[in-house]
Every structure is written in C-alpha cells, then in structure tokens.
Design a protein around this ligand. Sequence first.
Ligand SMILES: Cc1cc2nc3c(=O)[nH]c(=O)nc-3n(C[C@H](O)[C@H](O)[C@H](O)COP(=O)(O)O)c2cc1C
Length: 171
Amino acid sequence: MVIMVDPKEVLELIKSRRSIRCFSDDMIPDDQINMILEAGKWAPTASNRQEVRFLVIKDKDILNKLSETAIYGKFVREAPILIAIIGKTHENPNWYVQDTSLASMNMMLMAWSLDIGTCWIGSMDRKAAKQILNLKKDDFLLTILPFGYLRKDIPNPPPRKELEDITKKIE
Ligand SMILES: Cc1cc2nc3c(=O)[nH]c(=O)nc-3n(C[C@H](O)[C@H](O)[C@H](O)COP(=O)(O)O)c2cc1C
C-alpha cells in the first residue's frame, strides 16, 4: 500500500468535480487556502524545476478589475479569492505550460475535497490582467482561478465521451 487513500474515493473526487461559477461571500480560511497552495506546490514539474508561482488575490478592487479581463468569466468577481497561476517563460522555456497546468489541476481537486468550487478561466485578456497584477514581461499567466464555497447546487455533469470511444488498447 503506497498511501492510505481509498482509490474509489479518489475517482469519485475526480468525477464529481464540477466547474463552479456561483460563489458565496464566505472567506476561505487561511489553512484551507494553504492546503490548496500546497497541492499546487506538490504537482510534478519538469526536472523538478518548480518555476511555478501563485498569487493569492483577496483585494476586492483588483478582483473586480481582473474579472473585467475574463471574457467568459465575469463571475469570478463573486469569489472571495482568486489565485493567479504563473509560469516563468525565461527560466523554464520548454515546460511552463505543462508545469502550471498540472499545478492548477492539483489545486482544483484539493479545493473540491474541501467543498470549495473553482473554474478554469481560459478566455481572458492576459495582457490587461498582467498589467493589473504588475507581472513581468517574461511571466506567463496561465489562468486566474476563482475559489469559493458554493452558492447554488452542484451543476449536473456535462456529458463525457464513452471510454471506448477515446481509448485504444495496443496489446
Ligand atoms: C482550458 C480550459 C479553458 C476554460 N475556459 C473557461 C472559461 O473561460 N470560462 C468558463 O466559464 N469555463 C471555462 N472552462 C471550464 C469548462 O467549460 C469546463 O471544464 C467543461 O465544460 C467541463 O465541465 P466540468 O469542469 O464541470 O466537468 C475552461 C476549461 C478549460 C480546461
């Protein structure tokens, strides 16, 4: 036994996670924010370079400004915190997309296990968002993830393709 976690529960956590777009005002306590950040920190990175940075944003003014940069994500303004996930294009030119993406997935799952919802924000004006956050030219802003407790019921799962249709076995 590598680790005492029920594999069925791990799969249930993965399958039950939904993109959440409505958040309550309740602030997330620091210990839970830290667990989410730890989960991001422990994601694998190429050659263990660990050139991934997290920016935790609670400031309502900055949060509102950032929400304006999200094309399909104005709802992020509702969240009590945003975490910007930043890669380093200069220090880590080959793998900054993979390293930051893996960190963000860990964080989304950790949050879900704490009853905290989030949603990947893909379409955004990254140039404007980088300016608001005073990021450097070489910084790669992967996404700004909103984190918050749910204000509405968990949405129904959008359908997934059948495993047989996306898997080929070479035996
Ligand atoms: C790369 C990427 C970009 C996304 N961009 C947005 C976005 O800009 N706005 C949004 O509301 N959801 C966004 N999503 C969330 C997807 O719409 C969502 O994951 C998908 O519909 C499946 O739903 P689920 O996460 O509840 O399983 C994005 C997801 C990914 C992986």
